[in-house]
Design a protein around this ligand. Structure first.
Ligand code: ADP
Length: 507
């Protein structure tokens, strides 16, 4: 070896980043769910299906994500999918079988397998109405398991998400225990208990051909004549998780239990709460290409002002960095506490405050926010639309973000807001309670402003406390902005907790 070669080698050794030791042993996980960013996303489930597998890879997990191949997945992804194979699968009680195609796309270390069937997935959007969605997700849940066998890939853990994939543990127990999947354990994660997949039993019997004992009251049956997909999944899976500790407790009570509280109390020995994180590569104010000015915790106070001015300009609001901008990024449904906001809306407007809304959903809320935009031109802007780019601009350009939810399993918007130095104003429920520490004026600590009971007066009070700090003690406010940006909202901790569960289930 020559001298130069030795030096080069030493240089390389000195500059190489230390390789983090992977935790042992390795685990293989199949993620099964109905949406996943960037292919298709309607809410937080899509974010989690994207970010958690990525974080699990760093925890020495081998992950395949199984999704429906919706026609609405953008062409740029569709054209990169590779055909893996196809087969026919028995599904219905009259012997009707269905085509199952598998298209694969590998990206960033994660393997995505899309279940292809035009009859079920050719709609322009993932969810339409229950009449069509029930057969669609009966088919999808069974096809996902059949696809694993077809690909000869036997995961240690089958991790299913929400009602659309809740029949997976049911099918697994009923039909797949004498296949390669005999020893695979199943986990069902509840992202939102409100959505359960309920329909009459004869329809389910037709579309699943499941044995009668699965329609017992302890499994799928609900009330007198219905079956409930989520209920069945909860009964059949080996572990239930939900997306925050507080929500794990709340859903066992009558108010939050959505009629499954007794069922959840019965199964609470296998129920855990693990709070969501966010993908800190996508949500990084320092590299986000959609912002007018990038920033870190060090220069946030100055640079956020540029984002505020750019936001005001693009939305037609008065351009003034001294105004307090309060954002709302949300599905417009009653879950999100919008009744509280509309009740106090006029009281928010004080000459020094602007409000920016981004969301779509129920007509009554869309109309209410349109009305307020009209009423307070130049001060309020209601963007009744779904727009990722605009969301990034609002997170960066706002001073505070409202999340006064009636219930909130975890909530991602408050996490993204904190990462962008935008102070959350939240109701103390579910994941909001677990992730936003209330401001403490005496200790100058905390990450946001909170209130407990679901009352508009308390929301207004929390907003006014935020305004007081913002307008009367800017230094204290700025310190909170920096604290929020420095808070760890990544997936790392939570991914470790999921890994621990995977290990517990599979000794
Ligand atoms: P949920 O899943 O109940 O809708 P979360 O807070 O868990 O609520 O997740 C919402 C996600 O959807 C966040 O990433 C948020 O930025 C995004 N989002 C919500 N509404 C819009 C919208 N109108 N335009 C763009 N992104 C949106």
């Amino acid at each position: 070896m020559t001298a130069t070669e030795t030096i080069k080698e030493e240089e390389i050794l000195a500059t190489e980043e230390p390789v983090e030791e992977m935790p042992q042993p390795r685990r293989s996980i199949a993620f099964i769910g109905s949406e996943c960013y960037p292919f298709v996303k309607t809410g937080g489930l899509g974010d989690v299906m994207y970010a958690l597998p990525k974080a699990l890879i760093k925890q020495n997990c081998d992950v395949k994500v199984i999704l429906p191949r919706y026609a609405c997945i953008p062409e740029k992804f569709q054209e990169k999918m590779v055909y893996v194979g196809a087969f026919n699968m028995d599904l219905c009680s009259d012997g009707r079988s269905y085509y199952v195609g598998i298209m694969e796309y590998v990206w960033d270390g994660v393997v995505y397998d899309f279940i292809d069937n035009e009859e079920f997935f050719s709609w322009g959007k993932p969810y339409t109405n229950l009449v069509d969605d029930i057969p669609k997700f009966c088919y999808f849940s069974k096809a996902a398991l059949a696809a694993l066998n077809y690909m000869n890939w036997t995961p240690d853990i089958i991790h299913c998400h929400d009602w659309q994939a809740a029949l997976v543990p049911v099918f697994l127990n009923a039909f797949f225990r004498n296949t390669q999947l005999a020893n695979s354990k199943s986990i069902l994660t509840i992202h939102n208990l409100r959505f359960q997949g309920i329909y009459n039993i004869p329809t389910f019997k037709y579309w699943t051909n499941l044995p009668d004992y699965m329609f017992d009251y302890s499994v799928l049956k609900q009330g007198y004549e219905d079956a409930n997909m989520l209920k069945g999944g909860l009964a059949c899976c080996d572990m239930i998780t939900t997306v925050s500790n507080t929500y794990a407790g709340e859903i066992q009570t009558d108010f939050f239990g959505e009629k499954l509280d007794a069922h959840l109390r019965y199964h609470n020995g296998k129920l855990r709460g693990i709070v969501n994180g966010i993908d800190c590569d996508i949500w990084d104010a320092n590299t986000d290409k959609l912002l007018a000015a990038n920033y870190t915790a060090e220069n946030a106070i100055e640079e956020k002002k540029k984002n505020k001015l750019a936001l005001q300009k693009s939305l037609g609001l008065e351009e003034n960095a001294d105004k307090m901008v309060i954002g709302l990024i949300s599905r417009l449904t009653n879950q999100k506490g919008l009744d509280l906001i509309t009740q106090i809306f006029p009281a928010l407007i004080d000459g020094n405050t602007q409000v920016v809304v981004l969301g779509t959903g129920d007509k009554e809320y869309e109309d209410a926010f349109r009305y307020y935009e009209n009423e307070y031109k130049g001060t309020v802007c209601s963007n009744i639309m779904y727009d990722e780019g605009r969301a990034h601009m609002i997170y960066a350009g706002s001073d505070a973000l409202l999340v006064p939810s009636l219930f909130e399993p975890c909530g991602l918007t408050q996490l993204i807001a904190m990462r962008y130095g935008t102070v959350p104003i939240v109701r103390e429920t579910g994941g909001l309670k677990d992730t936003v520490e209330p401001y403490n004026i005496y200790e100058n600590s905390g990450n946001g402003f909170t209130f407990d009971r679901y009352e508009s007066g308390l929301l207004l009070d929390a907003i006014n406390r935020a305004k007081t700090l913002y307008f009367e003690n800017r230094e204290g406010w700025d310190q909170m902005v920096v604290r929020d940006m420095e808070k760890d909202v990544s997936w790392q901790n939570s991914a470790k907790q999921y890994r621990d569960i995977y290990l517990q289930l599979k000794p």
